[in-house]
Design a binder for this molecule. Structure first.
Ligand code: ZN
Length: 338
């Protein structure tokens, strides 16, 4: 298999008298979570620092380095052997975050930026891949070699395992299922194309669907009609659905139907053991899951007779990316060595 080298940095020799730990860093639009995880998967310490305070990247990096060094000093019997960094849009092949627009940073080489100051290798991946790694190590995919994890948040991300390996692709952008298209003529996506799946199936996509339905139904649109786009959240639509609001239920029905149909397409390509759903939008529970299941089963090809379960993530939301980030080295190593 052709496998371009993955971007990482150098390491110090391991001290056999010490226990090893790995650091997992999850850089999000609001906060950065940093976990110090031992070889049994227990997070010994969990720290957090803000990312959305207008600081330049260097300010954030220096604050993160200070926290990491302080914490390592408090764990003198442990040696850190690697750090995994998960960030939206991060690329495992080159270690860069190429469009960190929600963070207000320029194109950043995360491997180099942290590797220059820390004596252990740094690995980088995007947040959806990190969540898939966490799921494989600790969650619903523990015993699976083939699965698709979908992160349904502000956008739609995916982490795909094929035959026990995380799919990265030629340049590290493999598995960007949110930008597979369902239509050529409809909603504009942040990637520059029209009609990408994530413009429908994401918290933002759900809000857009609700606004379209409000425009369609006018005065009879119900409780959500008096909200503007910024007041409308996926959570509010979920609460309205629980109250029996017809428009909210229709919005979830449309969202789930679109996703289920696309999942059936991917099933024919990947033949997975399961689809695992993760992220804020899954808090809607059955309002989303039921239409997804119906649409998925209906669109599935006859030859895929064995049921392919659609399940919710088995890793707590707050920990998935941090735990997954800790294991980037383990899984990317496999790929590198193939
Ligand atoms: Zn797109």
């Amino acid at each position: 298999m052709f496998s371009p080298s993955l971007k990482k940095t150098g390491s110090s020799p391991v001290d056999s008298n010490k226990n090893t730990i790995t650091i997992g860093m999850d850089i999000g639009g609001t906060n950065c979570d940093i976990g110090f995880v031992n070889q049994h998967g227990t997070c010994l310490q969990h720290l957090s620092l803000p990312t959305q305070n207008g600081t330049a990247f260097e300010g954030f990096r220096d604050a993160a380095l200070r926290l990491i060094r302080e914490q390592l000093r408090q764990l003198p019997t442990y040696q850190c052997v690697a750090m995994g960094i998960a960030a939206p849009g991060a690329n495992s092949r080159n270690g860069r975050v190429s469009d960190p627009s929600n963070l207000g940073w320029p194109d950043v080489d995360l491997t180099e930026a942290f590797g220059r100051y820390l004596p252990f290798p740094i690995y980088v991946t995007n947040d959806a891949n990190a969540a898939a790694l966490g799921e494989k190590k600790y969650g619903a995919a523990k015993d699976m070699d083939n699965f698709v994890l979908l992160t349904l948040g502000t956008g739609l991300g995916a982490g795909i395992f094929v035959d026990g390996n995380l799919l990265l692709g030629r340049s590290g952008f493999g598995g960007e299922l949110g930008h597979t298209r369902i239509s050529d003529e409809s909603r504009l996506c942040g990637c520059g194309q029209m009609g990408c799946l994530e413009t429908y199936v994401s918290a933002t996509g759900l809000r857009r669907t609700v606004m379209e339905l409000i425009a369609k139904y006018g005065q009879s649109a119900g409780a959500l009609a008096h909200l503007d786009f910024h007041q409308l959240s996926a959570e509010r639509v979920g609460v309205a659905a629980a109250d029996g609001d017809i428009l909210a239920l229709e919005a979830f029905e449309k969202t789930g139907a679109v996703l289920g149909k696309k999942m059936a397409d991917w099933a024919t390509v990947l033949d997975p053991e399961a689809f695992i759903l993760f992220g804020g939008l899954t808090r809607a529970g059955e309002f989303l899951l039921d239409p997804v299941q119906r649409s998925f089963q209906k669109a599935l090809s006859n030859f895929l007779r064995d049921p392919i379960p659609v399940v919710l993530s088995g890793v707590p939301h707050g920990e998935a990316a941090v735990l997954g980030a800790c294991h980037i080295s383990e899984f990317l190593h496999q790929i590198q060595e193939v």
